[in-house]
Write a protein that binds this ligand. Sequence first.
Ligand code: M6R
Length: 592
Amino acid sequence: MCGIVGAVGLISPKEYVFKGLKMLDYRGYDSAGVAYFNSGIKIYKDVGSVEHLLTIVPEEIKTNIMIGHTRWATHGSPTKLNTHPHISFNQRICLVHNGVIENYVELKKFLLGKNYSFYGETDSEVVANLLEYYYLEYGDIIETIKKVMSEIKGSYAITFFTDDIKDTLYVLKNASPLVVGLGKGFNLVASDASPMIEYTNEFIELEDKEFGYITNDKVAIFNKAGKPIDKQAIHKDVELISHDLKGYPHYMLKEIEEIPQTVNRLINTYFQKGKYQFDKNLLKDLEESDHIIFIACGTSYHAGLVGGRYLEKYNKSTSRFIASEWAFHPTYPGAKPFIIMISQSGETADLIHCLKIVKEHNLKNLIITNTGGSTLDRNCMYSLLLHSGVEVSVASTKAYVAQVTLLAMLAGALGNDKQVVEDLRNCLDVVHGIQDHYKPLIMKVAEEIKDKKSVFFLGRSFDYFLSLEASLKLKEISYIHSEAIPGGELKHGPIALIEKGIPVIVFITDPDTASSMRGNIEEVKTRGAKVYTIATKSLYRSEDTMMVEDYAYYLSSVAIASIAFYLAYYVALAKGLNVDKPRNLAKSVTVE
Ligand code: M6R
C-alpha cells in the first residue's frame, strides 16, 4: 500500500519526485525516501513524512534519474533501515517496491547461501539482491528481470535503476498498479496517474507480468515471455485527478463539500434526455440474473448494503458480503448469479482476490469504482465509473455518496422508475442546507463528544446503514470507539453499554420506524445517555438536535451522510488529529 514515483530526463526530477510523493502519501505515510544517481547511487530516507524527508535531502540535486517511495509497513516495522529505496549488497541495484513478495523467506535463504547479507527485514530488499545476483550472473538486465519475475511470487510494482546504466529506469509489475507517464524529453513512472498530471496526460498502464524500461526519450514494454509489445497510450482527464486543495485546509473537508457536484455529475452522466444511460447488455444481464451478490470492503460495503435493498425494491434477490469473508467461503446461490463489486480505488486486494474466484466460476460481474484504469476497472466484465474526482482523504466521503447515488440509479433503471432521479435531485437541497446552516451546530456537538470514550449511532433500515458508515468514519479519524446499532437490536444486548453521559446519535427519517426510534430514545435517555437526534422536518420534535428538510427516506446515505462526515471531521479536528491521514490506515488497501 505504498506510493512509487520515478523520473528520467526531467530538468528537475527532484521537483517531480517530491510533489509526487506528497500526492501519493495517501497510499502510506510511515516513512519516505528517494534515490538518484550522481557519481554513484545516493539514497536519502527516514521514518516520518515527505516534508521531513525534504529537510534531509540536499537543496540542489544534480541528476537526470530519481526514484521515490512513501511506505505503509507490511514486512518489517517502520524503521529507517526498512524504508525504501533499497540497495543491493554490492550497491548495484536500487529499487522501490509496492506489494508483498510471498516467497521472500525462501529467496532470502537462497541469497544468504550465496553470501549475501541484509540490513533490514523487508521483502523488497530481497528483490533488490535477487536482481543484483542474476544481473551479475547474466550481465543482461532484460534477462535478469525475466528470471527474477519467474522466481518472485506475490504482488509487486517495482521501479529500479542500476549503477552502470545511468539513464534508464526499469519497471515491472504484478497485481499492484504501475503507470508510465509519457513526456517530451522525459518519462515518468508512478503507482497512479495523479502525480504525473502536471507533466503529462498521456499514460501507459502496465498489465500484470509486464515489464520494461524508460529513458528520457524511449519507453519499451515487454510481455512475460520477454517479447516487446506495442502498448496504446491512454489519455486521462486532468481535472478529475487533480490533487489541488482549492483553499480548503483538508482534503476531507473539500471532499465532503464536493458531494452536491458529485451527485449532480452522476445524474447528468447516467440520466440524459429523460432516459437512464446504462449499458443495455449490463441491464439485460442484471434482469436475467436470479441472484445479485454485492461484495466490497469498509465504506464501499456499507454502500453495498444500501444498494442491495434498492434492488430488492424491484424484486431482485440479493445478498451482501464483505470481500475478505466471501473470498474464502464463496457462495453464489441461484442458477444465474451476478456479482456487483464496489470499490472507490478499484485496487483493493481483498476484492481482487474475489474477482479471481468470480472469473474461475464464470460469473457475470460489474465493478462500481471511482478509478478508471484501476485493476478492477480493467478486469471486470462491466464497469460503472463514479466520476467523483480523485478522493485523497483516507476517510471516504464523496465516493460513498456517489456509490449509493449510482446504485439508486441502477436500481431505478432496472425498475424503470424515473422518480429516483427526482428524489436524488431533491436531496441536493438537503445537502446544501446542511452545508450552509449546520456546520456550527455540528462543531458544537463535536466539542461535546471529542473526549468521550465511546459513541453510539442508532437508526433503522436505511438510517441503520448510514449509522454504520457514520460510526466507521468517526472511529477511523477520531480514534473514538463507536458502534452502530439497529434500533430494534438495542434491547438484545448493546443497551448494557449505555451509561450516564454516553453520546447516542440517532437518525430518524423513516416514517415507518420513527415511533419505534422514539421508543429507543426513551430507553437510552432513562439510562443517562446524552442523545443527539437528527430528524427530518415531518418527524421532528422540538427536543431534537437537528431538523433537516424532508427527502425520500431511502436516500439517507445521499441526503444526510454529510452530517456524519462533518461530525467525524470536526471531532478529529478538535482533538488535533491528522484528519486526512489517520494512524495505521492507508487510502488504498492493496494487501490482504
Ligand atoms: O477503495 P475501496 O472502496 O475498495 O476501499 C475499501 C475500504 O478500504 C475503504 O472504504 C475504507 O473503509 C475507507 N478508509 C473508509 O473511509
